[in-house]
Design a binder for this molecule. Sequence first.
Ligand code: C2E
Ligand code: MG
Ligand code: MG
Ligand code: MG
Length: 281
Amino acid sequence: RVKYHGKNHYRVFTALSEGKSIRKLTIEKDIHTVIRENQLEIFYQPQVESNSGRIIGMEALVRWNHPTLGIISPSEFIPLAEATDIIFAVNEWVLEEACKQQKEWMEQGLHLKLSVNISPQQFYHQSDLTKKVKDIVNTYKIDPTKLVIEITELIAIHNMDIAMEKLLELKSLGIQIALDDFGTGYSSLSYLTRLPIDEIKIAKEFIDTLDEGTENQAILHSLVKLANDLNLRVVIEGVETEEQYKKLHLLSCHIVQGYYFSKPLPAKQVNQLLIEWTTMY
Ligand code: C2E
Ligand code: MG
Ligand code: MG
Ligand code: MG
């Protein structure tokens, strides 16, 4: 008797009748072997200093090369991985892999800032997170001041007391903290003074409305001024057009990231870009 298959089919059937797509079921099933099968890959997206046109940093953005589904975006699989313990392995793999790359860049004389995203589970439920970061920084002899951990605003305010404690712990390693996706709903300016952060990343949604009127520009302008006064670095995400870039430059937004400069690229291609960049801009 093929009991095993029978049971599995039954599970798939009930899951489907609960409205889950085959795609989602496949992802949930295959996520468990993603590390073992070596299917993750980090893409890097440059951050550009608008005054000099230089690439000053990279954001590490993970992708899953799935054998049948192709490249799966982190916004699709990270939330599903968060429901299982595999998220811890995924996050650790990303951090280590990105730091390995950072070491390579350092050895080439490139002192780029490296930004790594961390997930809510990792932030709140991985008790040895700081130790793990410390070990990886030590192993690869990374300059901790060049490592930026990105947390979303939502993570930061979920439990302010715990967040505060965690952030101070991480910062004691000498690393930096960025508040990601700033401006997407829950933003309160008071977080900027209360949380021990070094950088805010203004969400793409915000940039998209820039040409809808001078009000949004005025808000952005004051936000940038406030951040400057608070000694916070500002990174603008999702810059897609020359028009946006010019506007942002006028608004004194000095670090920009987006498809206009480069899409996130595999390590090999981003290394090629680093070589060609100086002649391009
Ligand atoms: P995020 O950290 O806010 O990253 C920015 C996202 O915007 C990236 O999507 C990037 O590819 C995309 N992007 C950059 N420039 C442009 C642009 O000009 N136009 C448009 N339309 N999009 C642009 P991606 O790589 O799909 O990542 C989505 C989210 O998944 C990230 O948002 C981050 O929250 C999360 N994520 C990515 N990598 C990791 C990771 O290694 N660990 C964890 N925990 N989360 C990750
Ligand atoms: Mg990010
Ligand atoms: Mg973001
Ligand atoms: Mg995001």
